[in-house]
Ligand binder design. Sequence first.
Ligand SMILES: N[C@@H](CCC(=O)N[C@@H](CS)C(=O)NCC(=O)O)C(=O)O
Length: 293
Amino acid sequence: MMADSSEYVPPKVWTWSKPSGGTFASINRPVAGATHEKALPVGRHPLQLYSQGTPNGVKVTVLLEELLALGHRGAEYDAWLIRIAEGEQFGSGFVAVNPNSKIPALVDRSGPEPIRVFESGSILVYLAERFGAFLPTARAARAECLSWLFWQMGSAPYLGGGFGHFYTYAPTRIEYAIDRFAMEVKRQLDVLDRRLAASRYIAGDAYTIADMAIFPWYGGLAKGWSYGTAAEFLSVQEYKHVQRWADMLLERPAVRRGRMVNRTSGELSSQLHERHDAGDFDTKTADKAPPAK
Ligand SMILES: N[C@@H](CCC(=O)N[C@@H](CS)C(=O)NCC(=O)O)C(=O)O
């Protein structure tokens, strides 16, 4: 086949000579570290969460709301909004908590020294262990739960950074890239569908952090929340067991509350930009309170 004359020929050494284009062009850069000095706010609760209501952020707020619903008062938390489109993840305070500059990030201030925790999967395990909930302790059940949790951490970048990026955010639509990642995401949905045909929850009979990790990504995709017309494009209604499971989780009040925290899109009444108290869900949603600064 003849090479297309417009085909990109990579130079010997890549340099950052122009913006990458696409939705995230303003925050993408090839170096790590802080871009500006900015201390993080600290509230009155032991747990300080710095996040935004994206799928990775929602995992953690769902777990915190579930822990509170179980009666774990020590799981009270302040959730501060980090607006990633505005580059707030590159402030010096945030980078000190997460050197990878991505939400979510957690600081546990309940002990003599603050403990920082970054990477959503690590935060889920940390909180589940700290409160002894939603992570089974029996060896086989724990292994199953962690296997699915790590499956999510390894798989979702193909959904978000692969399919979602090339289907929705890239400056041009590249058939090869969309095909490649649509195929992979459908395969992943089928993995989940087969598992959920045989199992009530992802890791077995019990609701665990594996469900909380997978739901915002794959439940959200199945419910049509992600990437514009992606639900129709990927025929998500065909994954009946994923649909059954997502509907079941959506019935949970803690899941509904967790989805509202640090959320900056959708109905104003569904956006609780900052959460400092359980009562904030009733009084501080964006339709009632001015947006957080
Ligand atoms: N593996 C990380 C991924 C976190 C992540 O990608 N966060 C996104 C939002 S969902 C982010 O902060 N992006 C900002 C950026 O890339 O600068 C985790 O699970 O915590």
